[in-house]
Design a protein around this ligand. Structure first.
Ligand SMILES: [Zn+2]
Ligand SMILES: [Zn+2]
Length: 152
């Protein structure tokens, strides 16, 4: 990830059958402590980076829906079952990519953390902003702006 440039970054699942690409810097990076994410990652929290849908494309393979099959849909590799990205309910223009699938995963340190209500007591993420559930809708513009300023 090079800030301020439209450099493309590739990502892939564990087995490599699904490959994708992002062509923008993330709008925000997150850690989620909800029990659903704990179960789907088999770990303490999930890590994701939000991108505009227009900056995300599948290069190879065909992701399948797993996890939630409703209005929020989680996409996986059909072969190795890696969780790749999420299409969140009511956010058709955005895709929430699992940061660990991106080749430069080291750079997507979580800026916010969500669902600390369900957090494991020992789990820490280093995120600057914590929310007991999701951030209220009206706080999003300011959070995105603060994240963007940090990348400058
Ligand atoms: Zn795979
Ligand atoms: Zn979650």
């Amino acid at each position: 990830m090079v800030n301020g440039k439209s450099q493309k970054v590739k990502g892939h699942c564990r087995c490599g059958q699904v490959e994708f690409e992002v062509s923008a810097t993330p709008l925000i990076t997150m850690a989620c402590h909800c029990t659903g994410c704990q179960q789907m990652t088999s770990s303490a929290f999930s890590l994701s980076s939000l991108f505009p849908s227009t900056a995300f494309s599948i290069i190879s393979g065909a992701p399948v829906i797993g996890g939630l099959h409703g209005r929020t849909r989680h996409y996986f590799c059909a072969h190795c079952m890696s969780w790749l990205f999420t299409r969140p309910e009511g956010m058709d223009d955005f895709v929430n990519v699992r940061s660990m699938m991106l080749e430069d995963s080291q750079t997507y340190k979580p800026f916010i953390e969500t669902y600390t209500d369900e957090k494991l007591a020992w789990a820490t993420t280093g995120a600057e902003h914590s929310f007991c559930k999701f951030p209220p809708q009206e706080t999003f513009p300011e959070l995105l702006q603060k994240y963007a300023q940090k990348q400058e």
